[in-house]
Design a protein around this ligand. Structure first.
Ligand code: BES
Ligand code: MN
Ligand code: ZN
Length: 498
């Protein structure tokens, strides 16, 4: 989508559809007032007629409004000032885009001017307008024989006052990068397990290397992983015909010696549970078990597009978890790259098994911070539902930075405790550590397992099991979370550097 920032007189804006805000009780926003005056009170007349009251996300499409260059005017309800928050802003954009998509119009100009959120931050408001309108245009048809009709809409313009246009251009660039990154994550998530294999993910990383000069991809294959001692990661792919891959994407936007921020994604391209086989119902959704990896791809793409002046390493631990005669069995003991041994009591707790070796590998970059992202535990859905990412960390400052980034990006996370008390649940009679800790606090014990491998650096774990995709029905599909949170976190790191 072509996004643009425009300024100038409302009545003479050239667009197929001018979108203006109507506030609660039919009050005209400044842009709506300008349009009303140019049309000799045409808009007020309609408002007086009661066709639209200005409630949040209400819409009314008008044609041939006199006195305006715009071909149509979309009146968009933005509600009471008290109700203006990010959540409602998102609903408002969704509703407007619904109208835009259902007509054949090729360009739309948002002249919303009224502050639509409560954080009074114009940059963020404009960025969200780009992100969320762009998100509404996402369409998955990669694996359908009949492709969707090409979108008629070619341009989304955002009207701002001349003084704000520099800020708006930055918001547009960042917003576009985030929506592109989110779409990449959604596409990868939605692809089925027979296409999106570890090898496929590795190929995508090599394509990013081709696309961006500042990004270099290295693929570590099974043989090299064995030499590095990554037997825990390798044990997960034992039952699969698909070779496991450790994918390393190094982005160098900062100075040579700047310590990198490392993102580590769980890339289980299909999770059957292995020998500890999952029940059949809904198992197809375990194609989404690589959504942590997908969010790393999305965030890496976004920071490349924004050319952030920091160093970032994206690592993806990719494997397929299958049962077979070669598969790892409950009770098997493997040695990790760190030297610690693990008793694999349940082969369905495989995410932590691939992540632990990837996290040890991450240490070699002497990172400024390490954040792993994983659809790690069903228990996280019980704890936080489908709204918040679970955040656990060995450093409360880092957890706070991620929570803040989540709020700024409207991609929220909530911290769970990582107290020592929980560590005992992982005791094993036969190895240094067991890979499961029983039913109580499943999300926390999973993070406890990872914490055994992250002692050398500042580390946080994001459990996105509840937020990475929508289940069932028409809305079924990957969400692209938590690309916005990760990208915001890295934007904040870059801002700190300056
Ligand atoms: N990928 C799953 C977690 C998951 C399940 C995410 C359902 C989203 C929806 C993970 O590999 C897993 O199977 N975890 C087990 C761990 C248990 C065996 C300790 C779980 O959550 O049941
Ligand atoms: Mn599993
Ligand atoms: Zn899994």
């Amino acid at each position: 989508m072509d996004f643009e920032i425009v300024s100038g007189d409302i009545p003479s804006l050239e667009t197929e559809c001018l979108v203006v805000a109507i506030e609660a009780d039919g009050a005209l926003s400044p842009a709506a007032t300008a349009a009303d005056q140019a049309s000799n009170g045409y808009l007020s007349e309609i408002l007086n007629g009661g066709d639209i009251s200005g409630k949040t996300a209400q819409t009314l499409l008008l044609h041939k409004v006199p006195g305006l260059t715009a071909k149509r005017v979309l009146l968009l309800g933005v509600g009471k000032e008290d109700d203006r928050n990010n959540r409602n802003f998102r609903k408002i954009i969704k509703s407007a885009m619904g109208v835009v998509k259902s007509t054949g119009i090729s360009s739309v100009t948002f002249a919303l001017d009224a502050r639509l959120t409560d954080d009074a931050d114009l940059y963020r408001e404009l960025r969200h307008l780009v992100e969320w309108s762009g998100n509404e245009l996402y369409n998955y048809d990669e694996t359908k024989s009949k492709k969707a009709d090409p979108l008629k809409l070619e341009q989304i313009a955002i009207h701002v006052s001349e003084n704000d246009s520099d800020l708006a251009e930055t918001a547009l660039l960042d917003g576009t990068a985030i929506v592109n990154g989110t779409s990449i994550a959604r596409d990868l998530g939605n692809l089925p397990g027979n296409i999106c294999t570890p090898t496929y993910l590795a190929e995508q990383a090599l394509e990013l290397d081709d696309e961006f000069d500042d990004l270099t991809t290295t693929i570590v294959d099974e043989e090299e992983m064995a030499e590095l001692g990554m037997h825990c990661l390798l044990s997960v792919g034992n039952g699969s015909e698909q070779p496991s891959k450790l994918i390393v994407m190094e982005y160098k936007g900062g100075e040579e010696g700047d310590k990198p921020h490392v993102l580590v994604g769980k890339g289980i391209t299909f999770d059957t549970g292995g020998i500890s086989l999952k029940p059949g119902a809904g198992m197809d959704e375990m194609k989404y078990d690589m959504c942590g990896a997908a969010s790393v791809f999305g965030a890496m793409t976004a920071i490349c597009e924004m050319a952030l002046p920091i160093n970032v390493v994206g690592i993806v631990a990719a494997a397929e978890n299958m049962p077979s005669g070669h598969a790892t069995k409950p009770g098997d003991i493997v040695t990790t790259m760190s030297g610690q041994t693990v008793e694999i009591l349940n082969t369905d707790a495989e995410g932590r098994l691939v992540l632990c070796d990837a996290l040890t590998y991450a240490g070699k970059f002497e990172p400024a911070s390490v954040v792993d992202i994983a659809t790690l535990t069903g228990a996280c859905i019980i704890a936080l539902g489908h709204h918040a990412t679970g955040i656990l960390a060995n450093n409360d400052e880092l957890a706070a930075e991620l929570i803040q980034a989540g709020e700024q990006a409207e991609d929220k996370g909530w911290q769970l405790p990582l107290w020592d008390e929980f560590q005992e649940q992982l005791d094993s009679n036969f190895a240094d550590i067991a890979n499961i800790g029983g039913r109580p606090a499943g999300t926390i014990t999973a993070a406890c397992f990872l914490s055994r491998f992250t002692k050398e650096y500042r580390w946080a774990h994001l459990d996105i099991a509840g937020v990475a995709w929508n289940s069932g029905g028409k809305e079924k599909g990957a969400t692209g979370r938590c690309v916005p949170m990760l990208t915001q976190y890295l934007l904040n790191q870059a801002a700190e550097e300056e």
